[in-house]
Design a protein around this ligand. Structure first.
Ligand code: NI
Length: 151
């Protein structure tokens, strides 16, 4: 495993739409392992592949309830609304209150290509929305209703 470099805001790669994963091979496994290590070492709760320079639909999330690996994730249902403070490993020092769905249902594949679904609310819903946005070239700033001043 290796810690990869995290791309920061201003780099074009963060604005691109990622391609779906088609091969569930060793290369994907290595990417997922590296992304987890990179996220942990940066003290983040989520990381999307474009943040390490890879334009594929791959996400890792750990909000403190265990690692989730999402390949080709999609939000298939959303309801309600919530506001929460967000930051992003690609936007160091930037924090804002965002408006996101309160509850979502996500469909994704695991590293072996098996599809699974789960429901998420509160922080997990926000993390899923935030990371899936990265796969579509969208940063959390677009959902900010008010910025949080730097301390
Ligand atoms: Ni982010």
């Amino acid at each position: 495993m290796a810690i990869r470099n995290i791309v920061t805001e201003g780099d074009d790669i963060l604005t691109k739409v990622c391609r779906p994963v088609e091969k569930f091979d060793e290369r994907l496994a290595v990417l997922l392992d590296d992304m987890r290590e990179t996220m942990v070492s940066a003290d983040g709760v989520g990381l999307a592949a474009p943040q390490v320079g890879i334009l594929r639909r791959v996400v890792v999330i750990d909000i403190g309830e265990g690692l989730m690996e999402l390949v080709n994730p999609e939000i298939v249902r959303e309801e309600g609304e919530q506001e929460m403070q967000e930051g992003c490993l690609s936007c160091p020092g930037v924090y804002g209150i965002t408006k996101r769905p309160a509850k979502i249902k996500v469909s994704a594949q695991n590293r072996n290509g098996e599809r699974f679904e789960f429901e998420a609310e509160e922080l997990l819903a926000v993390a899923c929305c935030h990371e899936i946005d990265h796969l579509n070239g969208i940063l959390f700033r677009e959902h900010v209703v008010r910025m949080v001043p730097e301390e």
